[in-house]
Design a protein. Structure first.
Length: 653
């Protein structure tokens, strides 16, 4: 026999460059007949791409400059963007109207008659509210929530409420950084004078003499741009115009059953006529700072968003604000943060701040761009109260609604404000601005809740949910990741339960893991990079098609189900992380077609099979099943093909 014949690989693999492929199944000593089958086509392209149109209303990001603190006395719906953001409060409450609202011009000296100025907010001494209740059910529930919260609060909650009231908000929310908190505060040179609760706090008012967000770039070369950006986020972000327009009192002025935290009694204003409750200024500033920090360090995105809402709840526990006050503050904060991040004038600053944040924090924590994300989540709940994902998710949802029932249609279409996509700019650097808008659209809360159905859509944005990726695939969703850019470009996880009839296509070189209870039906196509299954329903109810150069990884706690067909072409890779209890195993409900490529089996979670074992790894039937290469970590392995799937027989390496 000529020597050249000895170089022919056995068993023989014949790939015909037509749509028909003939394969001879072999391995494990089986006597498998040759079979013939057509290679299935990729999942059908839906033919359109989902979008989130900009609402046809004046955009806050274009009109933030109208929200001027100095013009607060004259703010109206027509003239002030900050007032408009929370305009649905007018469904519940009609404030007394200033003369200027009726068309009376401001006097030349800028001062209205005393009778006008005295009616802007609060409850007058005669007990008559400065407005008319339009929905007593909602507003009564709003105050009763505070009564219940303040009469049942624990000492720990009271202490947290004191710190969040008296400290600078920018300093307070920094502890949402968890393991990065100390490094952040040191780099920012943040200080606070409120380090404990004084014994005489019930009779003496203590104000924070610290520097809130820290020291700017003029005196802080390594982190000053971060501080500069945080300070810039306050541009045109005063809540005073909204407070003066809506004239809605703080909860303790509505009900004597509200128990203000005794340590905060000295902080109560002695002039009710200038002490409005709606909207919460503390929550607006805190959420603004928290979302800016989330933008700067998206590795802690959800934790920082959670910290922003937590401070808002602490305002309720303090007895200083009602749930609607806090909801309004949250909505305004998202709008103000987006507007300032969206402003082209801040583009250079935000880019420099992002770079400084990562450079300084990585140096301070002894990490690199590769190890930093893991370090950011390295603490336990003993030292990082935001360490538990499920708790954060549940608490975030609760704090968005505070138990209110829906009072209008629950089926209004989603609305995404102009510019809101910038809030996800660093969280999803591999998505386009249009795609980030769709992420916001497919993750926002349903309609019908009090105040939150504003015309632009700020009230329904769910920033925790949005940070987990798409909530639905509608149309063709093409994701292109570049691992060479590092960070989320290299690896990301989407944890939402993805619905819809659309199709996912992954391109590039990064790794995208799907971890939700997914039900999308349009299928998944991997043209490049790694599509990883981190849940047993990761790939929804459609086909999975792994093209040349693409990879699929199954790292699940139970067998992964592909409801439709599974197709793998030559030069593609399937990795199965087998745990011995069903995890990492692939089950294919439709046709199983493998015409080459690699099968890579890993044993994880302490599972240690032995030489001689035969391990079932794929369940499914198909006319054409053969991998060009089979590797099993720690062993030599031979594939065993059968009419019901694929196994690997192990031998000593």
């Amino acid at each position: 026999m000529p020597a050249s014949r000895h170089r022919i690989p056995l068993p023989l693999y014949l790939a015909v460059l037509t749509s028909i492929v003939a394969l001879t199944a072999c391995g494990g000593g089986n006597s498998d007949p040759a079979t013939t089958a057509a290679i299935p086509a990729p999942p059908t392209d839906p033919g359109f791409v989902d979008n989130a149109p900009i609402p046809d209303v004046p955009a806050f990001v274009d009109n933030i400059a109208t929200n001027q603190r100095g013009d607060a006395r004259y703010a109206t719906l027509a003239t002030n963007a900050g007032v408009r953001v929370v305009a649905r409060f007018l469904d519940l409450w009609q404030p007394l109207t200033l003369l200027v609202d009726a068309g009376v011009s401001a006097p030349a000296n800028g001062t209205f008659p005393a009778v006008v100025q005295s009616t802007w907010t609060g409850v007058p001494t005669d007990g008559t509210p400065n407005g008319t209740i339009l929905n007593s059910t909602v507003l009564n529930a709003n105050i009763q929530y505070v009564v219940t919260a303040t009469t049942q609060r624990t000492q720990a909650q009271a202490d947290a409420a004191y710190y969040d009231d008296r400290r600078g908000k920018g300093y307070s929310v920094t502890d949402g950084m968890g393991p990065l908190t100390a490094a952040w505060r040191s780099a920012a040179q943040q200080t606070t004078s409120i380090t404990s609760i004084p014994a005489d706090a019930t009779t003496t008012l203590y104000n924070d003499a610290g520097n809130n967000v820290g020291v700017g770039s003029t005196s802080n070369a390594t982190f000053g741009k971060v501080v500069d950006l945080l300070n810039t986020m306050g541009n045109n972000a005063s809540t005073e115009p909204a407070k003066r327009f809506y004239k809605y009192a703080r909860p303790f002025r509505w009900s004597t059953s509200v128990v203000v935290d005794p340590t905060l009694v000295p902080a109560i204003s002695t002039t009710p006529s200038t002490d409005g409750g709606f909207i919460s200024g503390h929550e607006a500033e805190a959420m603004r700072d928290a979302m800016t920090m989330a933008w700067l360090v998206p590795e802690r995105y959800q934790e920082m968003a959670s910290r922003g809402l937590e401070l808002g709840e602490n305002r309720i526990l303090a007895g200083m604000h009602s749930p609607l006050d806090v909801i309004g503050g949250r909505m305004f904060a998202l709008a103000a943060t987006a507007a300032n991040l969206y402003d082209p004038a801040n583009a250079t600053l935000k880019s420099a701040a992002y770079a400084q944040a990562h450079s300084a924090l990585e140096q301070a924590t002894g990490t690199s761009a590769t190890t930093f994300p893991a370090f950011a989540h390295s603490a336990t709940t003993a030292t990082d109260r935001f360490a538990d994902y499920a708790t954060n998710k549940s608490e975030f949802a609760r704090r968005m609604m505070f138990g209110f029932s829906q009072i209008e249609s629950t089926e209004a279409p989603p609305v995404v404000p102009k510019g809101a996509e910038v809030l996800l700019e660093t969280r999803f650097p591999y998505l386009s601005a249009a795609q980030r808008r769709v992420v916001l659209k497919t993750t926002e809360i349903v309609s019908g809740y009090p105040v939150m159905d504003d015309a632009e859509g700020w009230g329904r944005l769910n920033m925790f949910g949005a940070a987990d990726g798409y909530g639905a695939f509608n149309g063709n969703v093409i994701v292109a990741m570049d691992a060479t850019q590092g960070g989320f470009n290299a690896a990301d996880t989407w944890r939402n339960d993805i619905a819809g009839s659309g199709k996912l296509t992954l391109q590039g070189s990064g790794t995208l893991a799907l971890a939700g209870n997914n039900s999308y039906t349009g299928g998944s196509q991997v043209s490049g990079g790694v599509l990883a299954a981190a849940s047993i329903t990761a790939f929804g109810n459609g086909d999975v098609y792994v093209g040349s150069g693409g990879s699929v990884t199954v790292a699940t706690s139970a067998p992964l189900t592909v409801a439709g067909k599974y197709t793998q072409l030559d030069s593609a890779t399937l990795e199965l992380d087998i745990d011995g209890n069903g995890g990492g195993r692939l089950r294919v409900g439709g046709q199983l077609t493998v015409v080459g490529g690699t099968l890579h089996v890993k044993f994880v979670n302490g599972y240690t099979p032995k030489a001689g074992d035969t391990i079932d790894v794929i369940d499914g039937s198909g006319a054409s099943v053969k991998f060009a290469t089979v590797t099993v970590d720690g062993f030599k392995a031979a594939p065993v093909y059968s009419s019901t799937g694929v196994a690997v027989k192990l031998s000593a390496s």
